[in-house]
Design a protein around this ligand. Structure first.
Ligand code: BTN
Length: 275
């Protein structure tokens, strides 16, 4: 098997049913799989997937770029269309916590797919980066797409980027010291087709369980979390401070104490680890 092969529907046929694959669209080259899924959101069904073998405008969080070289990584977007009972939950903090939990649940689903395919269990760096040996190997960008009048949720696009077979030299210099791939950290090349097939199965299982099986996903998230007990730099709204991470609460919020010993509950922020 050529390990840097292109992912095709034909290649996935061995692992997934014809019915499941009817909702998967694969591009050799695409600007961004999240953008493409958003372009098709009105007609796309729940569970639709867009995959790219290369992205020219891969998007990361906070306007960053996600480097997406040809046939090296997995660039994958999954559409969740909520049922009627949840669709209109769009107004308050509780609602946004509910949708945000999908990102944390996805981190667990991706970790499971990586472990079952490669035998390595990544660590989760709150809120949704996956690390192996202290290097980032996966990022997740979840986007909530509201209706025009902002009164209901059209869909949630869960964008997952996994560095699979890159060597260190394949990464742009700016991230070469911090990024890794499954290959750089395990010294083994991985079939992206087998990993994608497992990712699709794990994401389908996660979406079926959400939001009911919270304890199972929460416990797994916490068990594999990188930050609890560590001193980190937390930056939010232009302010940067050093804090001690005490834990992660049931809403996947980060519980920290600042230098004066004051406890804070953080729902979103950029965290960097102190070495
Ligand atoms: C991050 O680390 O900041 C999140 C990175 C998310 C990258 C994935 S790759 C597939 C999907 N399409 C995109 O444009 N971004 C996400």
């Amino acid at each position: 098997m050529d390990i840097d092969e292109t992912i095709t529907l034909e290649g996935l046929k061995t692992y997934l049913s014809y019915e499941r694959l009817s909702l998967v669209k694969i591009y050799d080259k695409i600007d961004s799989t999240n953008i493409e899924l958003n372009r098709r959101i009105d007609e796309a069904e729940n569970g639709s997937i867009v995959l790219g073998n290369e992205q020219t405008m891969g998007r990361g969080r906070n306007g960053r770029v996600f480097d997406s070289p040809k046939n090296k990584g997995i660039y994958f977007s999954y559409l969740f269309k909520p049922q009627k009972s949840l669709k209109e939950k769009i107004s308050d903090e509780k609602d946004s916590l509910l949708w945000a939990s999908l990102t944390s649940w996805s981190a667990v689903a991706v970790s499971r797919a990586i472990e079952s395919t490669c035998g390595l269990r990544p660590k989760i760096k709150w809120v949704n980066d996956l690390f192996i040996n202290g290097r980032k190997i996966c990022g997740i960008l979840t986007e909530l797409i509201p209706s025009k009048d902002n009164s209901w949720v059209k869909g949630i696009i869960i964008g997952i980027g996994i560095n699979v077979n890159q060597s260190y030299q394949d990464f742009p210099v700016e991230i070469r010291d911090t990024a890794g791939s499954i290959f750089t950290e395990s010294k083994k090349k991985v079939s992206r087709i087998i990993l994608v097939a497992s990712l699709i199965k794990q994401m389908d299982e996660m979406i079926k369980a959400w939001p009911y099986e919270r304890a199972r996903f929460y416990n797994e998230y916490v068990r594999n979390s990188l930050l609890p007990g560590k001193i980190v730099s937390l930056s939010k709204d232009g302010i940067c401070e050093e804090v001690l991470v005490k834990g992660i609460d049931k809403d996947f919020a980060l519980i920290v104490t600042d230098k004066k010993g004051k406890e804070k509950r953080i729902l979103s922020a950029d965290i960097s680890l102190k070495l």
